[in-house]
Ligand binder design. Sequence first.
Ligand code: PLP
Length: 389
Amino acid sequence: MNIKEKLEKLKADKVFKLPPVIDGASEAEINIAGKKVINLSSNNYLGFANHPRLIKKAKIALDKFGVGAGAVRTIVGNMSIHEELDQRLAKFKKEEAALTFQSGYVSNLGIIQAIVERGDLIISDQLNHASIIDGVRLSRADKAIYQHNDMVDLENILKEKRSHYNNVLIITDGVFSMDGDLANLPEIVRLAKKYNCLTYVDDAHGSGVLGENGRGTVDHFNLNGQVDFIMGTLSKAIGVVGGYVACSKEAREFLLNRSRPLLFSTTLLPSAAAAIIEALTMLESSNEYTKKLWDNANYFKALLLEFGFDLGKSETPITPLIVGDEALTIEFSEQLLANGVFSSAIVYPTVPLKTARIRLMPTALHTKAQLKKAADIIYRTALGLEIIT
Ligand SMILES: *Cc1c(COP(=O)(O)O)cnc(C)c1O
């Protein structure tokens, strides 16, 4: 098939989509096609993406450092603001060192392929994020997949395979992005010690959300210093762009020499680094942002549960509303948009067949009135489609 035929097939299969155009900043209400709707789809958990304090610091950095870093980090793109950001991230995550990348996606690609090689094994949770899957594919290590969060399955793989490999890396999301459930990190860390493995947690949806002052899932489980690689993104709760890994000083220096996105792709914008540093300052000095997020999420989820919706296994602000049927879920999402609520329809192959869902993201930006209004619209729309009765 050529591209044109492939595109026709996407349309025939009813999976073709173009992204909506948002006119303005990421806020609790957004304008789409001239219409104001309640935004329940963004990862801007704490409202930092358009926060005046971050904007102010970014502007100062723009004047001092310019719009671009000018080179890859390992040549001459490593500005003082990038070093400062790495140090601040290490401190925030309570780890020895940290290293930033251009995005969370790029971090997973660049870290995983650098830290394992032929003769090593990666053991990965079945529901890990696409960027982990791509990072695993790029590495020369063998891979094994364990059933989602199934520690018996993980241990069975370790029993069978550990002795055949040099290094074994166990990788998991900290918070699973489609269900909002948490990895069983205490057990993963215990098994990793027992079988002498390295551990890697992708905490894209945990940092800024869980743990003391939003330090993340590892902190939530009191496992600081016990996970080898804690990867995170700076684009979700932190509100800007970029990714990082918190790790040992040796691992950081090794990655600076061997991680391909650092060697072959230009460094993060200096203004982004400045805005991120301000976000960390805000998180470290107050828990008002994370508190507001959880308060809103708990309020919103309680409303939906009262209406009788199935919220799956969610333990975090990520609120999946399980519908089941794929076409019905897409119809639901379209009607919600027409009725004033922007939600994401998540269908196969992102989630297993017949577990299609609407994913809703309450944030610290929403007012209770907006969340109540959205819950009422969701309820009425679902009744009309007989998703609930
Ligand atoms: C969003 C996400 C990423 C990618 O982060 P970006 O900074 O947007 O590239 C990686 N891993 C997980 C689990 C994510 O949810």
